[in-house]
Write a protein that binds this ligand. Structure first.
Ligand code: DGJ
Length: 714
């Protein structure tokens, strides 16, 4: 609910449990007043007109502008035609609108909600419209801004935040989600220190190094209690999320990374920022995450795959089974084994197109290698379907190999700076997706592929960051637009894809999880989490990912031991626990399995089929964070009536897992499958589970795993 009082120029955004307040002061400065537990009255009073004791530097602001006394490091930065750089934005009006406003060309939270539009004006010729959307059910508030040149001369934006929140306190911790290839999104928590701190990317995609999402929380905030503010960008390109601690408190700013960004607005033109998603929770990090999960599931995923109660296919992906080394017979043998193990969908990963026998060639030539697939993709597809499996395929549409027909025909399609060597990463260049003609060329190839046979799943990969960023389609003074136009081009193509193939299950991927963000989730309801499928490492990767993204969107597969990335072994149950709490599928050479071994996998597939809807729609509880030897987590029905509890741990040592969702007074029946043991029909009182915990047997194995299903008795 949004309350706007036009007399006092105060606005209050209310969700079920939170309130966000802002107001224009007597001088027209838009001030941030409050963001915390739901509140009726206004928590702070705007200072009076021309208060001589009021330094702009100390005012908590909603949209800080540079050059006029606010000495924070500006995120919003612009050059006027006369070379001056200050902006003086004053309140010019506000209105409440029902529904949410689509952001042209950009992904955003949608369906339901209510929007507050606040207009700020600089009389020199600048209007900024701040958009606040409120999604009450999941305590989500989103922010975005539309910057318009209302003057008579061009102006150039050098940096535009999606949102800024001023916290009038200095004692907050910052949690960022950092990592590397095969080790994405590890949480790092430390007190916010004085001065500027930031995470971000200049690689054109978020990259493996940092995720475009952070948490600010009270120093005493834990998984189950304490104040937390989560901020996540709905954006998939260069980003910056920055804290600045001054005597006034902490300012959080988030948006497109200003490096490499310059956007000139002719008179009348607008620039629309990506969206920033905000959640406040007084119920600790777990409470905050569950709000984000509900928001993603309820308001971000697109229509067809938003129904998470509908069955999802169990897939087998050919990558770790074959890499580049396969022919049609090998794929069909693998598919037969996958069918016996219970899979529904066979996904042909990299290596299927003309001349692609290693990662050195052929990207851009999206037609079958008939040496491997004599009857083409359509022929393989029909043979796979004849086995009773659906068919899916891998592509990397943004990439081109120097050794490819596409590059030979269109060398200018790759991002490159004239007169410089173009950097190869993984032996490939990146196509200039800021150009409509380049996108059209790829679109033609993609539609030819997707129209050639019934393809029900597409894995869209992207295996490098951008470099040599310069576009032949733009003049010198507009090269600062290329990074962002690239992302807009990517979004345009994915939007076309989901519009034309509404039933296609699209999975995004970027060398594992280098582009795992809310922007990509708008188009694809799942993203490959990491190339590292090791059960122990996955505990940390999926734990870190779960702070903002629900388990059901995390690409997770059961793979072989020793693991191909780490060389480690882990029990079947530990590997299954990681895979079953994500999208679930197989990624290993099942042709090496005997029929009896394949049959042993079936109970896990049956488990996923039986509890898939709960796993996708339930509430995540991180019971024990990964500590190097294991972790435990649960996915429970919101009313606590049933739950799946997972643990993978070398050192449980008879530990009991406290289950906060268990309802006291209700009896629960549990089925526990642990490495080497199966315990049926144990019964516990909900109070015992919520207070003392679920006792798990102590096991000795390389990495033992536990899968428990608990259900309330009537
Ligand atoms: C990187 C992906 O993360 C892998 O799953 C696989 O698809 C390879 N690319 C193929 O090149």
């Amino acid at each position: 609910m949004i309350a706007y009082d036009p007399t006092n120029h105060t606005c209050a955004l209310h969700t079920a449990h939170t309130t966000y307040q802002l107001a224009a002061d007597a001088d027209g400065r838009l001030l941030h007043l409050y963001y915390g537990p739901r509140a009726g009255a206004f928590r702070t009073v705007p200072p009076p007109h021309n208060d001589p004791g009021c330094w702009p530097d100390l005012l908590p602001q909603e949209w800080p502008a540079p050059g006029l006394g606010d000495n924070h490091t500006p995120f919003f930065a612009l050059d006027w035609a006369d070379g001056s750089r200050a902006a003086d934005l004053r309140f010019a009006g506000a209105e409440v609108c029902s529904g949410t406003e689509p952001l042209p060309g950009l992904p955003s939270f949608h369906t339901g909600g209510e929007t507050l539009r606040v207009t700020l004006q600089d009389p020199r010729g600048l209007t900024v419209t701040l958009l606040y959307a409120v999604f009450e059910d999941c305590d989500l508030i989103t922010r975005a801004a539309v910057v318009q040149n209302t003057g008579t001369t061009p102006l150039t934006l050098q940096g535009v935040p999606s949102g800024v929140v001023d916290f009038g306190r200095k004692d907050l911790d910052l949690i960022t989600f950092d990592g590397a290839w095969a080790g994405e999104r590890t949480p790092f928590r430390a007190p916010v220190r004085p001065g500027v701190q930031s995470v971000g990317s200049v690689g054109g995609i978020p990259t493996h190094a940092h995720n475009p999402a952070v948490v600010l929380c009270a120093p005493d905030a834990t998984e189950t209690s304490g104040e937390c503010w989560g901020a996540a960008l709905v954006y998939s390109g260069n980003f910056r999320i920055q804290t600045e601690r001054t005597t006034a408190g902490i300012r959080l700013s988030a948006g497109i990374e200003p490096y490499g960004f310059a956007w000139t607005l002719a008179p009348g033109e607008c620039f629309v920022t990506p969206e920033l998603a905000l959640v406040y929770s007084s119920r600790g990090l777990g409470g905050m995450s569950r709000c984000f999960h509900n928001a993603v599931r309820g308001h971000l995923l697109r229509a067809r795959w938003q129904d998470l109660t509908a069955a999802r296919p169990v897939l087998l992906n050919s990558w770790e089974a074959c890499y580049f080394d396969f022919n049609e017979e090998k794929l069909l043998t693998l598919a037969r084994a996958a069918k016996t193990a219970g899979a529904d969908l066979f996904v042909l990963d990299d290596g299927w197109f003309r001349g692609r026998n290693s990662d050195t060639t052929s990207l851009g030539d999206w037609a079958a290698d008939t040496a491997k697939l004599p009857d083409g993709v359509a022929g393989l597809c029909s043979k796979i379907r004849a086995l009773g499996l659906e068919f899916g395929i891998w592509v990397e549409p943004e990439a081109v190999s120097p050794d490819s027909d596409l590059f030979r025909a269109h060398p200018d399609w790759a991002l490159q700076i004239p007169g410089r060597d173009t950097l190869e990463i993984r032996h490939q260049y990146t196509l200039d997706f800021s150009r409509a003609d380049v996108r059209e060329g790829i679109w033609q190839q993609l539609t030819e592929l997707l129209d050639s046979c019934p393809i029900s799943y597409l894995k869209w990969d992207m295996n490098r960051s951008l470099a040599n960023v310069w576009s032949a389609a733009l003049p010198a003074d507009r090269q600062g637009e290329v990074y962002h136009r690239y992302v807009l081009g990517l979004y345009e193509l994915q939007q076309r894809l989901v519009d034309r193939y509404p039933d296609l299950l699209l999975e995004n991927c970027a060398g594992g999880g280098a582009r795992f963000d809310l922007g990509m989730l708008y188009y694809s309801s799942q993203i490959w989490c990491s190339d590292n499928t090791d059960a122990l490492d996955r505990l940390m990767i999926q734990y870190g990912t779960s702070f903002f993204y629900p388990p059901c969107v995390m690409g997770a597969h059961y793979s072989t031991v020793p693991n191909h990335t780490t060389g480690r072994t882990a029990s079947v149950e530990a590997r299954m626990a990681a895979a079953l709490s994500g999208t679930f599928g197989f990624e290993l050479d099942l042709t090496r399995y005997t029929p009896a071994q394949l049959a042993e996998l079936r109970p896990f597939v049956d488990f996923y089929r039986a509890h898939g809807a709960l796993l996708r729609t339930g509430s995540l509880y991180r019971l024990c964070p990964p500590d190097g030897s294991g972790a435990a987590w649960a996915i429970a029905a919101p009313d606590g009536s049933e739950a799946v509890v997972f643990a993978s741990d070398r050192a449980l040592d008879g530990r009991c897992l406290v289950l906060p969702f268990a309802v006291p007074g209700k009896m629960y029946r549990a089925h526990i499958r642990a490495t080497g043991q199966e315990l049926q029909n144990h019964r516990w009182d909900g109070e015992e589970l919520a207070v003392h915990g679920l006792p798990l047997p102590d096991l000795r194995a390389d990495l033992p795993g536990y899968l428990c299903y608990l259900q309330q008795e009537d």
